[in-house]
Design a protein around this ligand. Structure first.
Ligand SMILES: [Ca+2]
Ligand SMILES: [Ca+2]
Ligand SMILES: [Ca+2]
Ligand SMILES: [Ca+2]
Ligand SMILES: [Zn+2]
Length: 352
């Protein structure tokens, strides 16, 4: 049992993604009186590691190889067993405003997911090669590595988000990634959607649209069902609230938009301004009890209230089929600007 490394090869490879970002190249030239030229250059590379490798499952307390996470149940002091705790780890120093928005976003999720999950003690590598471990010690309950760096300038790619390491016992996220283009943040502010975007991406880290179906990883969970033309969410709790809001049939998952939008969000045309649709509307985008219920279907203990959301009377959704590229007059086509990440590895508790 111990000192055993199980490597499982899955039929389906993880999403090929390696965002190699070269950022922070600033070069200033200092011309002195003697006409000597002194270049001052600072270059910092921020690269998301390869995500197409075979995932590794570990049951070893002492192994210290990279890409290996070790775990043991903990009774360490300092655990907040009373609630779900989100820890943010900024890879580069954020501005005060950025830090405030991320903290507010985490607080919104901590009001939706209300139950503690198993803590972790050990080491989990960073999603970004060259950076310190995401976890080295005891983690209660989830850590999100946040990287705000240049990607491709204004527009285009906003960033990538998703789980990095998940617990194999319940297939929920231990460490996650949120990687954003700093060049787009002012624009999000101008739409007054910065916080909503961050809350939305945090949802993907926690499992919305990323951990719905885990059969390819050997864990039996199928919450996304139906044909590609009309996918739906089959979790019971989310559907109870969907029907309570007046929705008919099964809770519809988006079938439109490119990869990333379709099959990873609620359907824009029926759920309107719900935050986990693939289009963020101007104005309010609440995290409803439908999403809260879906978190319970994933395995979290979640609120059964959610944020104020009125499906019949809320802001209508936009028609994605007629939406032009770059048309932000009605809000932000978030699904088209983000990449959803799949986990790169698993953590197995040794105490079972
Ligand atoms: Ca906790
Ligand atoms: Ca805990
Ligand atoms: Ca961009
Ligand atoms: Ca929407
Ligand atoms: Zn999204």
């Amino acid at each position: 049992m111990y000192n055993t490394i199980q490597m499982k090869k899955f039929g389906k490879r993880l999403t090929m993604l390696s965002l190699a970002i070269v950022g922070f190249t600033s070069c200033s030239v200092d011309v002195t009186e003697e006409n000597t030229v002194t270049p001052i250059e600072t270059t910092q590379l921020l690269t998301l590691g390869p995500r197409n490798l075979d995932p590794i499952i570990i049951q070893d307390l002492s192994n210290t190889e990279p890409q290996i996470a070790k775990s043991r149940a903990t009774d360490a002091a300092g655990d907040d067993r009373g609630r779900f705790n989100i820890t943010l780890k900024f890879l580069l120093p954020p501005t005060e405003r950025q830090e405030q928005v991320f903290n507010d976003a985490a607080a919104r999720w901590e009001r939706i997911i209300i139950g503690d999950v198993p803590s972790f003690t050990g080491t989990i590598p960073s999603a970004f090669p060259g950076f310190p471990d995401a976890v080295d010690g005891t983690l209660d309950d989830i850590v999100i590595e946040v990287a705000l760096a240049p990607i491709d300038g204004p527009g285009g790619t906003l960033g990538a988000a998703g789980p990095n390491f998940v617990r194999l016992d319940d297939f929920l996220t231990l460490s996650g990634v949120m990687f954003f283009d700093v060049a787009d943040l002012d624009f999000l502010e101008s739409l007054d959607l910065f916080e909503d975007v961050i809350v939305h991406e945090m949802g993907h880290v926690l499992g919305v649209g990323t951990l719905w179906n885990t059969v390819p990883f050997g864990f039996d969970r199928t919450l996304l069902e139906g044909p590609d033309s009309s996918p739906f969410f089959s979790g019971r709790k989310a559907n109870v609230f969907w029907n309570a809001e007046g929705g008919t049939g099964e809770l519809p998952i988006e079938n439109m938009g490119g990869p990333g939008t379709a099959f990873g969000h609620w359907q824009e045309s029926t759920l309107n301004n719900e935050l986990m649709t693939g289009f963020l509307n101007l104005g309010e985008n609440p995290l409803s009890r439908i999403t809260a219920g879906s978190m319970r279907d994933l395995g979290y203990r979640s609120s059964s209230v959610g944020e104020q959301y009125d499906l019949p009377r809320g802001t209508p959704g936009v028609d994605l089929s007629t939406l032009e590229d770059g048309d932000n007059s009605q809000g932000l086509n978030i699904g088209a600007m983000e990449t959803l990440l799949q986990p790169v590895g698993f953590v197995v508790s040794s105490e079972k």
